[in-house]
Write a protein that binds this ligand. Sequence first.
Ligand SMILES: *Cc1c(COP(=O)(O)O)cnc(C)c1O
Length: 434
Amino acid sequence: MKKVAPEKQLLESIAAQIPTPFHLYDGPALEKRAQDLNAAFSWNEGFREYFAVKATPNPHILELLKAQGCGVDCASLCELKMARAVGFRREEIMFSSNQTPAGEFELARELGAIINLDDISHINFLQEHGGIPKVICLRYNPGGDAVVANQVMGRPEEAKFGMTRDQIFESVRRLQAMGTEEFGLHAFLVSNTRAPDYYPAMAAMLMELALEIHRELGAKVFMVNLSGGIGIPYRPEEEPVDIAKVGERVREAYDSLIRGTSLHPMRVVTELGRYMTGPIGWLVARAIHTKDIYKQYIGLDATACNLMRPAMYGAYHHITVPGKENAPCDRVYDVVGSLCENNDKFAVDRKLPEILPGDLVVIHDTGAHGHSMGYNYNGKLRSAEVLLTDEGYRLIRRAETPEDYFATLDYPGLNGGTGQLQGEPPAGWGAGRP
Ligand SMILES: *Cc1c(COP(=O)(O)O)cnc(C)c1O
């Protein structure tokens, strides 16, 4: 599928107000994705997408998704605080955390979030820090290989998440004794998969487990949580996932396994991140240098600090040059940032049209795990975030300034110099220590 970005004229008019680099998100396109997902699972009355906040942690994005009926999946103190500020409460919040600090369980319980328990050892820890809820979700790790449509897609056995099958049963027993009445089951086996069989296969696995738990322990399993993992086509030659078909196939699993049993009606929920926001975001940068040595380089004003995926995973992100969409791709470039790290490359040996200093360069599919994975290496500052709306565009996070970067120091000429660091440790810090 041809990758399109907003037109040069619009991007230049934004860049005149908000200097590059910036992350740009298409609000109406995100609403449409939420609506299509909701439609695909509308057969399930309890369906809800709990957007994985870590993909795009901006309250304006969360607000937009809330208006489409989505909840949030949080994994940390700040994500919970952001969810609270946007007005998410109780069963609108899933808390899927691991190695969880005490203060995070406490805040999650205070908000009435559904806790997705990662480990059996967390039962006693949760009892001490927040208390055991009436409703809880348990994270299952089936071990072995994740096989979807006869293909090995992942190795759950090597993953740090979730509990073994025996631990799931033992956890249900213990929690029942402590007063928990309803259980959800969660698993996350494969990341960024476009295999249409992934969700249906996992749904069937969790539904079968739910039936067994119900049969053996008499527990009410009210929900299966299919988590995230549905992928997007990062390359133009790849096909997007047909979400309507995926919803239909999960319905078939539901109809054959759950409908007609005493577990019906059961909620089916998702925690998609990448699928929701990945394709509706772009990193907009400008070429500031060209360099011709053993290879030809295009130097951008963005770095891996703005988009870590290529440097970290060698991930492919498509690149286009606004205004040169129809120019022949007759050059081969490495498109790079300015970090003192040789992996700071957005693309290697990429066929592109001729790029000159001053050209805008758009990196595609950066809406999820883009700005959110940003960091400050080399003293680089994190960029602004801009939301396209029906009316135009809106700045939803300003760019960092040097003052922001120095704010946590206390040093003459940078930030103070009184010799006394000001400020309280953040809430949750050190909580739970003896
Ligand atoms: C990261 C994560 C997600 C979202 O994953 P995507 O691949 O972005 O869809 C959902 N649930 C949990 C528990 C996660 O850790």
